[in-house]
Design a protein around this ligand. Sequence first.
Ligand SMILES: [Mg+2]
Length: 339
Amino acid sequence: MVKDYTTLRDPNAEYTMRELSAETMGVQAKRGGGRDVTITDVQTTMVDGNFPWTLVRVYTDAGIVGTGEAYWGAGVPEIIERMTPFVVGQNPLDLDRLFEHLVQKTSGEGSIEGITVSAIAGVEVALHDLAGKILEVPAYQLLGGKYRDRVRVYCDCHAGDESEPESNAAEAERVIEDLGYDALKFDLDVPSGHEKDRANRHLRGPEVGHKAEIVQAVTERIGDRADAAFDCHWTFSAGSAKRLAKEIEDLDVWWLEDPVPPENHDVQREVTQHTTTPIGAGENVYRKHGHRRLLEEQAVDVVAPDLPKVGGMRETRSRRVPLLRAGVVGRPLRGRTDH
Ligand SMILES: [Mg+2]
């Protein structure tokens, strides 16, 4: 039975040594110009899409509402409900302080990674939406301004028999010609029929060959019309990932995504540095500190932070981290089709 958090004692809500509320920090000065806005409530809802996405709404006494996304997963709405008292009564324009406030208040519950970070991110994104509306500027202006007017978006492709190379190639053709995309992504963690044991992470020779056939069918079909990435969803061992990456080196692969589990940084680096196939990772990495070694040790070619998992708008900013060898591909926040 799920408890009503609002009726439970919460020591962190009552006291943390490091305290960043407006009251404790002495944030009292009147701001004027319509900027004396106070948060009155936070609400969540689940959107039943390809996954149960959690959306967040932050309400204010000015009648302005901010919307954010907090990724999906059981428990995220409950954590946001639990955090609501930490932001009610605060000014939504204090973006850095409120983020730190939420991280501190939920530190005992694990605000360095996992769904606590996703919950904080949902509120943080909604605060940016609010702040932009209050200041009458787009949210990007709050992060340092424009780099571009148009953002390239890839289409995550699924159609027909995903184990069939020709089926993937046909879908690539459709997405380019009918939908107008010039960037695509396909899954490579699909059964080939050659598996002897689905529990282990080893790829047998025929399995490597089958995945290479999918990559070849897609890249040859699209030619110069589009770029194509291939996602493995953290499935394979280091040896198998290296063998697969090697096998497709001569094909024009945009990046090979998450070939190995995210837990072992050294394996991630080893795979990346063993091949000329660009390796992408970051979707299952939390907060800026989670990405630090990936970047500093050149353990990845393409960083793909998932904004609600990395901690929100400000935590995703690339200016603050050394990018070195890596490129950055931000995943679209809304309207995405897969992970
Ligand atoms: Mg992925």
